[in-house]
Design a binder for this molecule. Structure first.
Ligand code: SF4
Length: 503
C-alpha cells in the first residue's frame, strides 16, 4: 500500500471505483484459501463487468498456487508473492523510480476503523475521495527499494539452515509454487500506509518461522525465520510515535525468537526495553510467543514498564503430550500449567490468550479430555479454537487416523462452551474496576453504544468494551484514551461508563 501510494496511486476501498484491484490473500488453512479465492472471483467481476482494468493477486496464496491462479482465473493480470513486494509496482504499471522520494508514513484518515478492508481485501485505484493519504514528513530519508527483495544484512539461525536441510521448507508437493523461498524483509525506509487509524500501528519485527510444527505450512509459505535489524525497528517505532501513534503491536510468526539470528540474547526483551522508552508510546505489545521461549527476562521486562501491556498471546495448540509430540511441539499440560503460573506470578493481572487445534490426526477422546481439563485449570482470559485443517505439504498430511469433520466440529463446540463459562465468571470480576480504554468509535452493532479496548484486549482479536455512558463528557473521540468504570459483564464483553479523559 505504501509503495503504491508513493508511486502516485490513489487508494479506494470501493472496488467499483478502482482501475486496479489488489487482492491480498492468505492460504495457511482451508477456510483462508476459500475466502481468498472467493474474493478474487468477486473482484474479477469488477473487471469483466465494471471499469477495473487490472486485477493483481498478492500474498500467501501466490506462494502456494502461483501458476494455478493465472491458469484458473484468466482475469488475473499479475501475481505478487510475499517475497517480491516491490514488484507490485511493476504489476500496477508504476516505474520503480517513482517511489524514490522522502519516506514518511502516510496514515489513512478516518476513524480508528478505516474503510480499507484488511485480510483478503480489495484496494487501490485512482480516486482519492474516501481515503486521503495525508502525507506528512517528519524525517528526510530515502527508501531503499531492494532489487529481488533481499535485505543486505539478512541472516538466518542455525536451526533454520538445519531444518532446511531436513526439508522443512520444501514446496515439492506444491505444483505451481516457485522453489524459491521468500527472503524479503522491509526496513524503516520502506514506504508504509497505515490503515489502522492514527493511534494504533503494527510493526513486523521478524518474518518466517523455523519451528517444525507438523500441521503448519506457514514456514513453507513465508520462509526461514529472519529478524529485522534492531535499529530499524526502533527507528520505525520512533517515527510512528512522532507522527501520533500511541499503540504499537509488534508482530511476527514467533516474536519470542526475535534477534536470535542477529546474535542477540533475549532480543525481544531488549527490544521491548528500548521501545518502552519512547516518549508518547502509551501501549506496547507483541504477538505471538512460543511457549518455551517465555524467559524470566521477558516477563520482568513486561512487568517493569507501565507502557508494556500486561498481555501475552501464547498459542499452545494442544495440551495432551501425545498430540503435542505428533505436532512436533512437545511439552504438555503439566509443563504448560507451570508456564502459566510463572507468567501470572511475574506479571500479576496479566491477560493470557491462547489458541488450540482440535481434531489433529489421532486425537483420542482421552487426549481431548486432557485438553478440556487443562483449559478448566488454566482459565485463560481469551481463547481461540481452530479445527484441524489437513494441509498438503505439512507433515501431518501424511498421518493416519484423520478424524471425521463432525467429531472435530463437536469438539470445537465443547471447548467454546467450556471457555464461555470460564470467561463469563472472569469478566464478572471486572465489574467495579476503573481501567484506561482506547475509544474506537461507534459500535458496529448499534449507534447507541461506542466500542473500546483496554490494554488487556489486542486489536481486533479479543472481546470488547461497550461504552453506554459518556459520564460528564458530551462526546468521545475515536482514537483517544479515557478512564472508564466497568459496570456490567457479559460472556466475553463488558460494559463501561466513562469517568474522565486519560492524561
Ligand atoms: S510456530 Fe507457529 S508459524 Fe511456526 S511452524 Fe509452528 S504453528 Fe507454524
Amino acid at each position: 500500500m505504501g509503495l503504491l501510494d508513493r508511486g502516485g496511486a490513489r487508494l479506494t476501498s470501493r472496488p467499483e471505483e478502482a482501475e486496479i484491484l489488489v487482492v491480498n490473500t492468505c492460504s495457511f488453512i482451508d477456510t483462508a484459501k476459500q475466502e481468498s479465492v472467493d474474493t478474487i472471483l468477486e473482484m474479477a467481476r469488477y473487471k469483466t463487468e465494471g471499469q477495473a482494468k487490472k486485477l493483481i493477486v498478492a500474498g500467501c496464496l501466490v506462494e502456494r498456487y502461483r501458476d494455478e491462479i493465472r491458469k484458473s482465473i484468466p482475469e488475473v493480470d499479475a501475481v505478487v508473492g510475499t517475497g517480491e513486494l516491490e514488484s507490485i509496482l511493476d504489476a500496477a504499471g508504476i516505474a520503480r523510480t517513482a517511489v524514490l522520494a522522502p519516506s514518511p508514513f502516510n496514515i489513512l484518515s478516518g476513524s480508528a476503523h478505516t474503510h480499507v478492508r484488511t485480510g483478503q481485501e480489495s484496494l487501490s485505484g485512482t480516486h482519492k475521495s474516501d481515503l486521503k493519504g495525508t502525507g506528512f514528513s517528519p524525517y528526510e530519508s530515502v527508501p531503499t527499494i531492494q532489487e529481488g527483495g533481499l535485505a543486505p544484512d539478512i541472516s538466518f539461525r542455525p536451526e533454520g539452515d538445519h531444518r532446511e536441510r531436513q526439508g522443512r521448507f520444501s514446496r515439492e508437493d506444491w505444483q505451481g509454487a516457485t522453489h524459491l523461498l521468500p527472503t524479503y524483509l522491509y526496513n524503516e525506509d520502506t514506504p508504509r500506509l497505515i490503515s489502522t487509524g492514527r493511534t494504533s500501528a503494527y510493526i513486523k519485527i521478524a518474518e518466517g518461522c523455523d519451528h517444525p510444527c507438523t500441521f503448519c505450512v506457514i514456514p513453507n509459505l513465508r520462509g526461514k525465520f529472519r529478524s529485522r535489524r534492531f535499529e530499524s525497528v526502533v527507528a520505525e517505532a520512533q517515527r510512528l510515535v512522532a507522527s501520533g501513534v500511541q499503540e504499537v503491536t509488534l508482530i511476527g510468526q514467533d516474536t519470542t525468537c526475535y534477534g536470535e539470528d542477529l546474535g542477540l540474547k533475549d532480543g525481544l526483551a531488549q527490544l521491548l526495553d528500548t521501545l518502552a522508552g519512547i516518549e508518547g508510546l502509551r501501549w506496547l505489545r507483541f504477538l505471538y510467543a512460543y511457549p518455551n521461549r517465555i524467559t524470566g527476562r521477558l516477563l520482568e521486562t513486561i512487568a517493569t514498564h507501565d507502557n508494556i501491556c500486561k498481555y501475552l498471546d501464547v498459542p499452545l495448540q494442544h495440551a495432551a503430550p501425545d498430540v503435542l509430540k505428533r505436532m512436533k511441539r512437545g511439552a504438555g499440560a503439566e509443563i504448560f500449567l507451570k508456564t502459566v503460573e510463572k507468567v501470572r506470578a511475574a506479571v500479576p493481572g496479566i491477560a493470557l490468550r491462547t489458541s488450540f487445534i482440535v481434531g489433529f490426526p489421532g486425537e483420542s477422546l482421552r487426549d481431548f479430555e486432557v485438553l478440556e481439563e487443562f483449559i478448566t485449570e488454566a482459565k485463560f482470559d481469551w481463547l481461540g479454537v481452530f479445527n484441524y485443517s489437513d494441509e498438503e505439504g505439512s507433515k501431518a498430511h501424511a498421518l493416519d487416523s484423520k478424524l471425521p469433520r463432525r467429531t472435530i466440529e463437536a469438539r470445537k463446540r465443547r471447548l467454546m462452551k467450556l471457555q464461555q463459562k470460564i470467561s463469563r465468571k472472569a469478566k464478572q470480576q471486572w465489574v467495579g474496576r476503573e481501567l484506561v480504554l482506547l475509544a474506537e468509535g461507534e459500535s458496529s452493532e448499534t449507534e447507541l453504544l461506542w466500542e473500546g479496548r483496554t490494554q488487556f484486549h489486542a486489536p481486533e482479536i479479543d472481546g470488547k468494551v461497550y461504552i453506554n455512558d459518556f459520564g460528564d463528557l458530551r462526546s468521545l473521540e475515536s482514537g483517544r484514551f479515557y478512564k472508564a468504570a466497568i459496570t456490567e459483564a457479559h460472556d466475553y464483553d463488558v460494559v463501561a461508563r466513562i469517568t474522565s479523559r486519560a492524561l
